[in-house]
Design a protein around this ligand. Structure first.
Ligand code: P6P
Length: 310
């Protein structure tokens, strides 16, 4: 088979990239491999969600006050189980867990990485068969090895990220990640059960037509945001803009589209949420890392200036 058509599977790619770092120990490679393994298990459940008793709510809410779906907890349990047994991280912060999960076994307590994970982002879309995703962020621990990790290990700036990525469970299941040297995406081939390199060295297009935000909050947005949206909608003949609105309500799906087609995704702060809704640890930091690694720009809204609507 010609080199051009040879399939490169995730684990092969991870190991190939590891050779670029002579002093790499292989721990990060093993961690990424195990995330891919857990993703396959969650993917199988997401694809069967309508057939097995896994839809609907567990009747509880998470630390963010969001209704926890059964599939949220399934994803949390499987990613946590994989991360606990792989011995490559000393702790996990999950959006579905109120506290950090400290891994104390001999192997894990010596591991040098911690991971923040949103096991199933966009879960409000699960019951209506819209794409959802897992988001992960990997940091080097600040606490000394051979002891328990602590909160400071997780509360790091996004600039300290060692790696980040997401898995989108949609019409196909795609794992997208970066270790700081570009972004690569792998599409799951169910016939062989492997994530195969499908989008090498992803770059956000210079120009994109999509603007993506939940316009129902228009009356709560900063004035400048509404000005921007009106600019995109301007429809007089002379200045017809080529823009189009797309909003899934699942950050992974909205950002994955923009990564491939170009465009802007916004979740502005609002009068009701002056610091915005998206979680810094589980959504903003990892997704901003991916966007910037793909040549895009990511920005956190510092202050919420609400000018009176004229
Ligand atoms: P809204 C999902 O709950 C999420 O955190 C992101 O994935 C998504 O972009 C956003 O919230 C959707 O929020 O308020 O538009 O439903």
């Amino acid at each position: 088979m010609s080199q051009a058509h040879r399939v490169i599977i995730l684990n092969e790619f991870i190991l190939q990239r590891q050779t670029e770092y002579p002093d790499a120990s292989g721990e990060l490679s093993a961690l990424l491999h195990h995330l891919g393994l857990a993703a396959k298990i969650v993917n199988r459940a997401v694809n069967k969600a309508g057939l097995i008793d896994i839809l609907g709510s567990v009747g509880a809410s998470n630390a963010s006050g969001e209704d926890v779906k059964k599939l949220d907890m399934f994803a949390h349990d499987h990613f946590l189980n994989t991360l606990t047994t792989c011995g490559q991280c000393c702790g996990v912060a999950s959006e579905e867990s109120d506290d950090i999960i400290i891994l104390e076994d001999d192997l894990s307590r010596n591991a040098k990485y911690v991971i923040c994970i949103d096991p199933l982002d966009g879960s409000s879309n699960i019951d209506v068969n819209v794409s959802v995703g897992t988001i992960f962020a990997i940091y080097r621990r600040l606490s000394p090895v051979n002891g328990p990790c602590n909160q400071e290990d997780f509360l790091q700036t996004g600039r300290n990220l060692v790696a980040a990525g997401y898995i989108i469970y949609g019409s196909s299941t795609v794992l997208v990640y970066s270790t700081g040297n570009g972004v690569n995406a792998f599409t799951l081939d169910p016939s062989i059960g492997e994530f195969c390199l499908s989008h090498p060295n992803m770059r956000i297009p210079e120009n994109g037509i999509y603007y993506s935000l939940n316009e129902s909050y228009k009356n709560y947005f900063p004035y400048a945001i509404n000005e921007f949206v009106e600019y995109c909608k301007a429809d007089d003949k002379a200045t017809k803009r080529p823009y189009s609105s797309r909003y899934v309500g699942s950050m992974v799906a909205d950002l994955h589209r923009n990564l491939i087609k170009g465009g802007i995704f916004l979740y502005p702060p609002m009068k009701t949420h002056p610091r915005g809704k998206l979680r810094m640890l589980f959504e903003c930091n990892p997704m901003a890392f991916i966007v910037e690694q793909a040549g895009g720009i990511a920005n956190r809204w510092r202050k919420c200036h609400i000018r009176p609507q004229t």
